[in-house]
Design a protein around this ligand. Structure first.
Ligand code: NAI
Length: 304
């Protein structure tokens, strides 16, 4: 299994480390416009393989993509303090277009996972430029947002995050929405779970947890300049579902009504195996439509 990374910055290198530690690859290639950085990260990662398994890890130019089964893209500009993800569009479209052309050329059979923001718009651009089947181009979408919300609810309700079931869908950004109508804890609708709970700590808190989730990146970036660990864990989880053909349902960015947007999909060896249509309340449906409209407008402005 050959997995390549285009972008060796904070997100790319941490995701590569997470993929490596999960033993998902036999060969890892690191590519970055900053060759010294790519070389340094590759060498550092290679030394970590002694604790996992025999693995090749090296840096290369785009030719190194040859034979990659999965390519993870995190190259480009990151949000600065107070900047929205959508404000990065203009800066990153050109970079992602160039990278996509190289992936088409050297790794035409790969599944591409885009992490660069705005993740939905740039996954859409990648799909258009590569002309790959849409199922083989995925954005990390709202996988990270979904786990962020699950961890907050889980901590409040003193239950494992694995037993909290709720999705965030829509733009990975300000117009995303939580699908409260389908939220469950341990198979019990969340409203019922809260009614029976003696702690009574979540009265009115659920919506606050969502707001905190939506603003998490702004908060973390204002304190440490970037986010990397949780996105790396989320991205390597998506990669795991691909390479092990786990068929997990994850809220990746995929093509829904002609635009890439965070939505539940079954993820396996072919990328998106199937989109899982979920039932939304009228209010959720309206918010989802609005989120898609915003993304469509950004895609249109990217003139792809
Ligand atoms: P960074 O600045 O640390 O790394 C970006 C890397 O891209 C740099 O090493 C740079 O040399 C490289 N690069 C720039 N242009 C390139 C090109 N044309 N070809 C190859 N490499 C190129 O940024 P960081 O923190 O790693 O973030 C990367 C991206 O990931 C940003 O767009 C950020 O907003 C996004 N991100 C996405 C998340 C998600 O949930 N999808 C979460 C966190 C960040």
């Amino acid at each position: 299994m050959k997995i390549s990374f285009v972008g060796a910055g904070r997100v790319g290198s941490t995701t590569a480390f997470s993929v490596l530690m999960k033993a998902l690859a036999d060969e890892i290639v690191i590519i970055d416009i900053n060759r010294d950085l790519a070389q340094g990260e590759a060498l550092d990662l290679f030394h970590a393989t002694s604790f996992v398994k025999k693995m090749k890890v090296y840096s290369d130019d785009y030719e190194g993509l040859d034979g990659s089964e999965v390519v993870i893209v995190s190259a480009g500009m990151a949000q600065k303090k107070g900047e929205t993800r959508l404000e990065l569009t203009e800066k990153n479209v050109r970079i992602i277009t160039d990278i996509s052309q190289n992936i088409s050329k050297y790794a035409p059979k790969s599944v591409i996972l885009n992490l660069t923001n705005p993740v939905d718009v740039l996954a859409h651009v990648t799909w258009k430029v590569t002309e790959f089947p849409f199922k083989k181009v995925i954005g990390s979408g709202t996988v990270l947002d979904t786990v962020r919300l699950r961890t907050l609810i889980a901590a409040n309700c003193d239950v494992s995050p694995m037993s909290v079931h709720i999705y965030i869908i829509g733009e990975h950004g300000d117009s995303e929405l939580a699908v409260w109508s389908g939220a469950m804890i341990g198979g019990v609708p969340i409203s019922h779970f809260c009614k029976l709970c003696e702690k009574k700590t979540c009265n009115g808190m659920l919506e606050k947890f969502f707001e905190k989730t939506k603003n998490a990146a702004y908060e973390i970036i204002s304190k440490k300049g970037s986010t990397n660990y949780a996105i790396a864990a989320a991205a390597s989880d998506i990669v795991k579902s691909i390479v092990k053909n786990e068929k997990r349902v994850l809220t990746v960015s995929t093509l829904v009504d002609d635009v890439y947007v965070g939505y539940p999909a079954i993820i396996g060896k072919n990328g998106v195996e199937r989109i899982v249509n979920i039932k939304l309340s009228d209010d959720e449906n309206q918010k989802f439509e609005k989120s898609k409209q915003i993304l469509k407008e950004y895609v249109r402005l990217s003139s792809i």
